[in-house]
Design a protein around this ligand. Structure first.
Ligand SMILES: [Zn+2]
Length: 335
């Protein structure tokens, strides 16, 4: 481990792009499947991990929804959340904004109350060690806008628990125009607006996400470099991109980590952040993503610190807390 990597582990960090179902580790998946009598085509941790060789986004999503099907009871959701928050403590993530996808659970006949009370109980327990947690209501692009609006309405009982409205899942074939009304409604409820875009889809979908969906933060967004005007726009308005390096390599957005454009974007002063996306499936939690970048691009402390600070600057924390974290990090450059 290089000096920079050791130093990284003690930096306080934020994570902004992490799907809670994507943190379901193989051991927990098998344990819950057994407890709940759910048939999976895997019987060992090795079987599950062997299935992590994805061809593309769709082949990943097929396994992802199968994995989430083992979650049934309040306690299951508690453990899913707590397992991730324990990982946060190991990686020194002090602030995390977690995507919750109700449609995945509703499809299995599980009520809002069941998963939300499990998640909230874990978050309450973890607060004792000082982590701050915000939740993002994440809806699925492959479903209809009417279905998404129905879930948005259901979430009204939990509007204090969600800081933002986002969308994930298949972007190609589900353009921003499909969800214009949904995002108008989300805006009317006071949610921050964000969406997955520019992962598999081209730069025009990122433009649509900004203009039609009125998104203020883009999850992934790496295809922006296909359009220099878009890069300039993102830089000028400091619109955050929540980038997930290991995910992008696993899902073949880039062939290898050395081909990733996040460091070019950082040098161009686009507000890029480092995140793990679906860490159990993509070969690493947050610090593993940083380590991969440090090794591939021979990053120095200034580069790493810029990425870590961006994680706070792009967050939904109040300005005063962002400034406090940025100042604390500035003081750690020489450490
Ligand atoms: Zn994602």
């Amino acid at each position: 481990m290089t000096m920079t990597s050791e130093w990284l582990s003690v930096l306080p960090k934020a994570e902004l792009h992490m799907h809670i179902d994507g943190s379901l580790q193989a051991e927990r998946m098998l344990q819950l499947a057994k407890k709940n009598g759910i048939d999976l085509p895997y019987s060992t941790v090795e079987d599950v991990k062997a299935a992590y060789q994805f061809e593309d986004l769709q082949s990943f999503l097929d396994l992802y929804y199968l994995g989430a099907s083992v979650l049934r009871e309040e306690d299951d959701f508690y453990h899913l959340m707590m397992d991730y928050l324990v990982k946060c403590r190991e990686d020194n993530i002090v602030h995390t904004e977690i995507m919750v996808e109700p449609q995945t659970y509703l499809a299995n006949g599980i009520d809002f109350d069941v998963f939300m009370s499990g998640f909230k109980r874990a978050i309450t327990d973890a607060k004792s060690w000082g982590i701050s947690v915000l939740l993002i209501l994440s809806l699925l692009k492959h479903t209809t806008e009417d279905e998404c609006i129905a879930v948005l309405n259901m979430a009204d009982d939990y509007s204090d628990d969600f800081v933002a409205l986002g969308m994930a899942s298949t972007e190609i074939g589900n353009p921003p125009e499909k969800f214009q009304r949904l995002y108008e409604l989300g805006k009317g409820r006071g949610y921050n607006l964000q969406t997955h875009s520019g992962e598999e889809g081209a730069a025009d979908l990122i433009w649509g996400s900004l203009e039609t969906m009125q998104a203020m933060r883009i999850d992934h967004g790496v295809r922006c470099t296909d359009d220099p005007q878009l890069v300039e726009h993102l830089k000028k308005h400091q619109i955050p991109l929540t980038v997930c390096p290991l995910s992008n390599v696993r899902l073949r957005v880039f062939d290898k980590i050395e081909d990733h454009n996040i460091i070019d974007l950082l040098k161009e002063e686009v507000l890029v952040t480092v995140n793990s996306d679906d860490p159990a499936y993509f070969g690493g939690f947050l610090n593993d993503n940083y380590h991969a970048l440090i090794d591939a691009f021979d990053l120095d402390k200034t580069d790493v610190l810029a990425l870590v600070k961006n994680g706070f600057r792009a967050s939904y924390l109040p300005e005063s807390r962002i400034n406090a974290f940025v100042n604390e990090l500035d003081g750690m450059l020489g450490g």
